[in-house]
Design a protein around this ligand. Structure first.
Ligand SMILES: Cc1cc2nc3c(=O)[nH]c(=O)nc-3n(C[C@H](O)[C@H](O)[C@H](O)COP(=O)(O)OP(=O)(O)OC[C@H]3O[C@@H](n4cnc5c(N)ncnc54)[C@H](O)[C@@H]3O)c2cc1C
Length: 308
């Protein structure tokens, strides 16, 4: 069996939350390591342009922002290992971490493993991602001023995003697979009251069409069985997120797969903290992820200091 590496704090996940938590951990003088699957950067590295992260008046590409943050973490002295965490278990007062590389033993663990927007999984979606297909209305809605767009979904988040987009775009279609919205009645009423919002009921997107940019989507009406084409310039997909929590599902209190924390980012287990998109939170953004990461490191520092 390979040697177990001992640390005061292990941070898992190299996105905005994890890189921030790791920098704070180093600055608190904690003996720590950041484990991340593949290269650091997380979801943000895949975003074409970030316009709502403070300090970049002309916007910044997601790749550049995360390259800068990674550089900053390295300059701060963060130790980074490119491994995937596969399992976690209690070992007395400490936590044992099994990865596809070495094993780790830590007094505290900060989980920053993120979540991924659920995909439609239809032809054309992946090819036109960033070319009209988006998973984040707050991030990309601004680019669709006076355009015709659609949002897929019928829950509270999708409808809140549809109402937000209706203030920007000329016309917003809501494509929903059922004959009534799952969203709260008050939101559903606002949809009815908004002139440039139109719901396309009982329908699913079966294909996203376009060469370099999205041009239309193919819709299938589940009740009538009819297929149709809807011309549009943008497609927002808002059908939920999939948190990367399978490896801690039996260990921690979860809500819809997301980790429940208090405002100090403490989870249901002593010494385990969570930050960023992976936790139950009202807003999943870079700003909130870095804030969570800083708080989680502060909490881990207090937890470890009390036990030294
Ligand atoms: C296309 C797109 C555009 C966006 N645009 C914006 C925007 O304009 N503004 C904005 O504020 N937000 C935007 N967001 C949202 C923002 O990217 C997220 O809120 C942010 O990335 C959350 O950071 P995080 O660190 O919590 O998680 P993530 O960025 O998801 O990072 C999680 C990290 O954990 C790693 N990981 C997962 N499981 C394991 C494991 N078992 N072991 C080791 N490592 C693991 C992953 O590889 C990844 O590096 C966008 C998101 C997307 C997808």
């Amino acid at each position: 069996m390979s040697e177990v590496q001992e640390r005061e704090v292990v941070i898992i996940g190299g996105g905005a939350a994890g890189l921030t938590a790791a920098m704070y951990a180093v600055r608190y003088g904690l003996n720590s390591v950041l484990l991340t699957e593949g290269a650091p950067g997380g979801q943000t590295a895949t975003a074409a342009t970030i316009e709502n992260y403070p300090g970049f008046p002309d916007g910044v590409s997601g790749a550049e922002l995360m390259a800068r943050l990674t550089q900053q973490a390295e300059n701060t002295g963060v130790e980074m290992e490119s491994v995937r965490a596969n399992a976690m278990e209690r070992d007395g007062e400490r936590w044992q971490l099994l990865t596809d590389g070495p094993s780790y033993s830590a007094a505290a663990v900060i989980l920053c493993v993120g979540a991924s927007p659920r995909r439609l999984k239809v032809p054309g979606e992946e090819e036109l991602f960033g070319h009209g297909v988006s998973y984040c209305a707050t991030c990309d809605g601004f680019f669709y001023r006076d355009r015709t767009i659609a949002i897929v979904g019928g829950g509270n988040t999708a409808i809140e995003e549809a109402l937000y987009l209706a203030d920007i775009a000329e016309k917003v279609y809501v494509i929903h697979r059922r004959d009534e919205l799952r969203a709260d009645a008050v939101l559903a009423q606002r949809v009815e009251d908004t002139d440039n919002l139109e719901v396309i009921w009982d329908s699913v997107v079966t294909q996203v069409n376009g060469d370099d940019l999205i041009e239309s989507v193919t819709l299938h009406n589940q009740k009538t069985g009819e297929d149709s084409t809807l011309k549009l310039e943008g497609l927002f997909v808002s059908i939920g997120f999939e948190p990367n929590t399978e490896f801690v599902a039996d260990l921690l209190e979860l809500e819809d797969g997301f980790i429940v924390t208090d405002q100090r980012m403490a989870t249901s287990q002593p010494g385990i903290f969570a930050a960023g998109d992976v936790r139950v939170t009202p807003l999943r953004q870079i700003t909130t992820a870095v804030g969570d990461g800083a708080i989680a490191a502060d909490s881990a520092h207090k937890y470890v200091s009390e036990r030294r």
